[in-house]
Design a protein around this ligand. Sequence first.
Ligand SMILES: [Mn+2]
Length: 281
Amino acid sequence: MSDLEKKYRTLFISDLHLGLGACQADLFLEFFKTVKAEKIYLVGDIIDFWRIRRKPQWYQSHNDVIQKLLRRVRKGTEMIYVPGNHDEILRAYCKMDIGGIKILRNDIHETADGRKFLIIHGDEFDIVVKHARWLALLGDWSYNVALWLNTHFNWIRRQAGLEYWSLSAYLKQRVKQAVNFIGEFENALSLEAEQRKVDGVICGHIHQVAMKKIDDVLYLNTGDWVESCTALGETFDGKFEIIRWVNGQSIIERELDMQVLPDETPVESVAAKKPAIEDAA
Ligand SMILES: [Mn+2]
């Protein structure tokens, strides 16, 4: 059994949506057995309180997930919970320690190689993303107004008994525009990292796993456990890995593999790798 375990310095998980029928809790449990970590970040939407409030779909496997997480804490794993919009109720308890899990509104994580990453769920930028084109025309101040609105607009909606407006839900309804919105989301989060003078951002929310360089920032998205079954790991040398749980095993995409950018590759080595006859395939 133990030879199946992989140990990470840090593990990042988001968008489990416990309490939602579509939550892949069983697959998560399978995956979780195979990994260990010194520190685990829960990057929001772990418990789907919206769903629970209306029509809970809570299964034994959902209890098991919570118990397995708490068990790791008891065994010495440091655990930090950065709530998202579906578990925003926990945002009222920031800086509290619940069962050994520390709740933070957002955080800065330092990797083993000394880089700093902003840890944030990402829904904070929903309104900014939806109106990105207008905001670009209106200038800098409008960006801050939109961030402010994002909190208050949804507070008003909640008072009116309406659902939280969320980008991720919106994306699913507007498939054709989804690609644009994902791009805008990634840009907004990267800009935030840049403004906070950190090396990158680790977020969730849009259920789109990613590891990409945007300008000087490394944008990382943990994905989700509703559709894609993905997580993010930091190795002991401070590099990131996207982990996709597919057919009972982890398919890994390493940060080291994406480091070689075309314009940094010496011309000779490109030429050397290129087959003589290009249309051979
Ligand atoms: Mn979310």
